[in-house]
Design a protein around this ligand. Structure first.
Ligand code: SF4
Length: 548
């Protein structure tokens, strides 16, 4: 039995150093081993794929999807199902064999490329050791650090790209970048400077994929506009849908139409209420619960169903294991999974019938509403008001408090920070970190709500668009705006977001609640020296520093 592991890819990693016995997230050493080996296989596959690309050959999009799904599957809190991992590993060998054949006599070296997966699970677990992050003890700590940061950036990009591809949008450059970047991670001839360049290139790809996803969501569901969302419950059967995938929500809404089943968004699905082609459904009744880390408490004994479309899934308690469903790349041993047909269609009848059978909430709660839907189009429709208000001194500063939430006590920083922001300042939010304070009253400034929710984590692109438009209006650079970015990170999409901001030259980001364990002291110093990244301290001290 596997009893050791090493993973330090997320913010909650054990002791701020690495999970070695079991993941704080619930990842077992066995799953960790299989994820390591799956990434190892992706690197090997990419060594062949890049040779074909170099020869000018086009790679099938099904191959890109395989790489993307595999990367996404290994992101924090996505898949904990051993069978699903074995299945992906087996597919990886089939993919590798096919590419080998296509490469013919072309010389491809590297252990990752030459490795062949065993049929035996026992052997797979033994082989996985060599795929471990710390396996090569001789490897330079800074090289390891940058390689790992690139890897986590790729996982974040894969999550966004997967979401866009599900609604038939993609970016060919990003598709090819997976192979180039993964193959580069096996290349010992690349020095630190080469890898830093690749790191910033990963950030550029992150911007590109967020732009595609923004276009995909805006074109398919119409651009978000301000919308009030009830955060209390309504009587009747219901399904809570969590994650990021708007097409899953759309399919669920059409399949529950007229069936007497209410749909609540959860976690990162909250911003979907802003999209006209989703909020037109009257049975999309509101938002349920808080951020992902509260799910075991909030779903406990719930008289309805839950659908997890992407991250963040936690170990389901017995009190709701029979009514939580996964879809897409999400999975947990014993949790019912709803797979997509070839054309992406999903049949949700099982979860709908279960929700009807459970009966739902017995009575309505008093309505309590919050406001969402301030994507770049909606926010910039007020650009003139905003610019004038800044010039007249009515708005002093903007604070983007964005990123993921998590369980650590230190995350109260973000609640306190938001509460301390002066009344003549605007708070912009994105991703699930906002649940720390989005139900508080912030009032208005210059005729605008003081809290403007931009959307999901991938809507960091929207924040950048807003910032660039304001910089244009003020005829200054993005770093000269009265704008502070206070970023809270948890998993690897936040890594992709951070790299995106750095690639755009954004400086002075306040990062917390703790710094990534995978950044070596030298790599961290590089980021501090070149991008003025600041670890958060106290809300009072940081605010004082920002406002001068
Ligand atoms: S994903 Fe995070 S919590 Fe889970 S094993 Fe890795 S570092 Fe630990």
């Amino acid at each position: 039995m596997q009893n050791e592991m090493f993973c330090f890819q997320c913010e909650q990693t054990a002791f701020g150093k690495g999970c070695t016995k079991i993941g704080v997230c619930g990842k077992t050493p066995e799953i960790a081993a299989m994820q390591d080996l799956l990434i190892y296989q992706l690197k090997g596959i990419s060594c062949y794929a890049t040779k074909l690309l170099d020869k000018g050959e086009k790679l099938d999009k099904s191959l890109v999807s395989f790489i993307e799904n595999s990367l996404f599957m290994t992101l924090t809190n996505v898949n904990f199902d051993p069978e699903a991992h074995i299945d992906m590993l087996k597919k990886s060998q089939i993919v590798k064999d096919e590419l080998r054949k296509k490469c013919g006599q072309t010389e491809v070296s590297g252990e990752e490329a030459l490795y062949n997966l065993s049929d035996s699970k026992e052997q797979i677990l033994v082989d996985a050791k060599k795929a471990g992050i710390m396996f090569n003890e001789e490897l330079d700590a800074d090289i390891r650090s940058v390689r790992e940061t690139i890897k986590y950036g790729l996982k974040g990009i894969a999550a966004y790209a997967h979401q866009a591809r599900f609604i038939q949008y993609n970016n060919d450059e990003v598709d090819e970048f997976y192979f180039m970047a993964l193959a580069s991670l096996t290349d010992d001839s690349l020095n630190l400077q080469d890898l830093i360049k690749l790191l910033l290139r990963t950030g550029e790809m992150s911007v590109k994929i967020m732009e595609v996803l923004d276009r995909a969501n805006n074109e398919r569901y119409s651009s978000p506009s301000p919308q009030k969302v009830n955060v209390n419950i309504k009587k009747g059967p219901f399904i809570v849908i969590s994650g990021h995938d708007l097409r899953d929500l759309e399919m669920l809404l059409t399949q529950t139409e007229g069936k007497g089943v209410n749909i609540y968004t959860h976690g990162e699905m909250l911003p979907s209420h802003g999209y006209p082609k989703l909020n037109k459904y009257p049975h999309l009744v509101g938002n349920f619960g808080g951020a992902w880390q509260n799910q075991q408490k909030e779903f406990d004994g719930i008289p309805g169903c839950i659908l997890m479309t992407t991250n963040c899934l936690m170990k389901p308690k017995d009190s709701y294991k029979d009514r939580i469903f996964s879809t897409s790349v999400v999975g947990w041993d014993g949790v019912q999974h709803i797979a997509a047909a070839e054309d992406g269609h999903k049949d949700f009848s099982e979860i709908i019938n279960k929700a009807l059978e459970l009966g739902g909430f017995e009575k309505d709660e008093e309505v309590k509403e919050i406001l969402v839907g301030f994507g770049h189009k909606a926010t910039l429709s007020h650009a003139e008001t905003i610019v004038n208000a800044v010039k007249e001194g009515k708005i002093k500063h903007f604070f983007l408090i964005g990123g993921c939430d998590g369980a650590k006590v230190g995350r109260n920083y973000y609640t306190e920070f938001a509460q301390l922001v002066p009344k003549d300042c605007i708070i912009l939010t994105l991703a699930c970190g906002k649940y720390r304070f989005n139900k508080l009253e912030f009032g208005e400034v210059a005729g605008l709500p003081r809290l403007l929710d931009i959307g999901q984590c991938n809507d960091a692109y929207s924040a950048v668009k807003i910032a660039l438009a304001l910089a244009d209006a003020f005829k200054c650079g993005i770093n000269d705006l009265p704008l502070a970015m206070v970023i809270t990170w948890y998993e690897q999409k936040a890594v992709a977001d951070l790299l995106a901001l750095l690639s755009l030259g954004v400086k002075g980001i306040y990062l917390g609640p703790t710094l990534p364990a995978f950044l070596s002291p030298n790599v961290l110093q590089f980021l501090v020296d070149n991008f003025d990244i600041k670890p958060i301290s106290t809300p009072e001290a940081d605010l004082k520093q920002i406002l001068g």
